[in-house]
Design a protein. Structure first.
Length: 100
């Protein structure tokens, strides 16, 4: 796969911008969410993971989702079968899931 493990220096967030952006997005959303029961946390984390990787377009990926890039799918060129509205976390996670 060509994945190489790299470490960044301590207290140097600019060296790992992608993960810093991920946690920034995560913290921005979760700070507005009331978690009533810790038993629901795994489901809430799955909802975020799906939204982040399959629904939310990333400007760094030219408007594609990480799943589209990983699976080498270009919905802009080949189209999609259905656009499914995705909404979780009381409207904090929203967008269209483009089913190919």
């Amino acid at each position: 796969m060509g994945i190489k493990h790299q470490k960044s220096d301590i207290a140097a967030p600019w060296q790992n911008g992608r993960i810093e952006r991920f946690f920034g997005t995560f913290k921005e959303r979760i700070k507005n969410l009331v978690i009533h029961n810790s038993n629901t946390l795994p489901e809430l984390l799955y909802d975020f993971q799906f939204w982040y990787n399959s629904v939310r377009p990333h400007s760094y990926l030219d408007g594609k989702t990480p799943d589209e890039v990983w699976n080498n799918v270009d919905v802009f060129t080949h189209g999609y079968k259905r656009a499914i509205w995705y909404e979780k976390w009381d409207g904090l996670l929203t967008g269209y899931y483009l089913k190919t």
